[in-house]
Write a protein that binds this ligand. Structure first.
Ligand SMILES: *[C@@H]1O[C@H](CO)[C@@H](O)[C@H](O)[C@H]1NC(C)=O
Ligand SMILES: *[C@@H]1O[C@H](CO)[C@@H](O)[C@H](O)[C@H]1NC(C)=O
Ligand SMILES: *[C@@H]1O[C@H](CO)[C@@H](O)[C@H](O)[C@H]1NC(C)=O
Ligand SMILES: *[C@@H]1O[C@H](CO)[C@@H](O)[C@H](O)[C@H]1NC(C)=O
Ligand SMILES: *[C@@H]1O[C@H](CO)[C@@H](O)[C@H](O)[C@H]1NC(C)=O
Ligand SMILES: *[C@@H]1O[C@H](CO)[C@@H](O)[C@H](O)[C@H]1NC(C)=O
Ligand SMILES: *[C@@H]1O[C@H](CO)[C@@H](O)[C@H](O)[C@H]1NC(C)=O
Ligand SMILES: *[C@@H]1O[C@H](CO)[C@@H](O)[C@H](O)[C@H]1NC(C)=O
Ligand SMILES: *[C@@H]1O[C@H](CO)[C@@H](O)[C@H](O)[C@H]1NC(C)=O
Length: 228
């Protein structure tokens, strides 16, 4: 009887669809541990203002590739969610649908890939603005970049609110590894980043020490300013 009622049926289908999505999605809880406001951003996912100690909970679908989470600083947005940020701005909108402007520290992820493994990392290839940590709820590696990179940034890489990657500043094949034939390796600048954040990508071919995996099905916590 109830199932023949179109309203009951659509409610049932909605609940069923939500259950299936929940079973296949990973939850990313993104928390602001900084003592200043951070405007969190995710692609896919959007964006949210986080006062200190606030959390934004994001569902990431099974099979998502090319996922990115980062924090934006010193933003002003109006009532329709339009404005600008000092770092990490994604085209002037609160709810991002494209990547942030460097410098920004970025958490990257790809879910349920080869052998149902999740891949995750922190990259400094777009520079650094906020310290960040990513920790799976499963027993897999916690990865963090918690050094004062902005405060120690080499003069030529300094930027308002952060520290640029040399590729952003100089745009040369050596720093950007645009051709693998260049035998691209570490540079003095990439070593500056790697010395301070050994778990994070410091140059494009830095995979061996910078990419992490976890069995698919884990949830994740992303924490800005983990040292606080
Ligand atoms: C993700 O999808 C794949 C393929 O459909 C499936 O094998 C796997 O169990 C799913 N993982 C999770 C955590 O839902
Ligand atoms: C935030 O923390 C830093 C470092 O501990 C401190 O210097 C600064 O005064 C704090 N700012 C606020 C607004 O609490
Ligand atoms: C931070 O938030 C958590 C969870 O909402 C809460 O339990 C904790 O007391 C808060 N800490 C501070 C210092 O406000
Ligand atoms: C950015 O915001 C922080 C914290 O609110 C503040 O201390 C700093 O002066 C701001 N920077 C700029 C360039 O406005
Ligand atoms: C928000 O800012 C945008 C871009 O500056 C502007 O076009 C829009 O009219 C503003 N909306 C409101 C409600 O102020
Ligand atoms: C991204 O968001 C902006 C502003 O909300 C919108 O105008 C634009 O169409 C969106 N682009 C895509 C690819 O969804
Ligand atoms: C977590 O994994 C490590 C390394 O594989 C292992 O030594 C440890 O016993 C595991 N801890 C738990 C609680 O499963
Ligand atoms: C970087 O240099 C390449 C050519 O070497 C050029 O095609 C590209 O547009 C440059 N990128 C920027 C952001 O200037
Ligand atoms: C994320 O936060 C929600 C709400 O506080 C909580 O129920 C859930 O257990 C958290 N998940 C993770 C992975 O921390």
């Amino acid at each position: 009887m109830a199932a023949t009622n179109p309203r009951s049926l659509s409610v049932f289908l909605l609940i069923a669809a939500t259950w299936v999505a929940a079973a296949q999605a990973a939850t990313f809880n993104i928390t602001n541990g900084c003592n200043y406001t951070v405007w969190a951003a995710a692609v896919p996912g959007g964006g949210a203002r986080l006062n200190p100690n606030e959390t934004w909970s994001l569902e990431v679908a099974n099979g998502t590739t090319g996922g990115r989470i980062w924090g934006r600083t010193n933003c002003t947005f109006n009532s329709t969610g339009q404005g600008t940020c000092l770092t990490g701005d994604c085209g002037g909108v609160l709810v991002c649908n494209k990547t942030g402007t460097p410098p920004n520290t970025v958490v990257e992820f790809a879910m349920n890939q080869y052998n149902n493994l999740d891949f995750y990392d922190i990259t400094l290839l777009d520079g650094f603005n906020i310290p960040v940590q990513v920790s799976p709820t499963y027993n897999c590696s916690t990865v963090k970049c918690a050094a004062d990179i902005t405060g120690e940034c080499p003069t030529q890489l300094q930027a308002p609110g952060g520290c640029n990657n040399p590729c952003t500043v100089f745009n040369t094949t050596q720093y950007c590894c645009t051709s693998s034939a260049d035998g691209c390796g570490p540079t003095d600048y990439s070593k500056f980043f790697k010395d301070r954040c050994p778990d994070a990508y410091s140059y494009p071919m830095d995979d061996a020490t910078s990419t992490f995996t976890c069995v698919g099905g884990s949830d994740y916590r992303v924490l800005f300013c983990p040292s606080f």
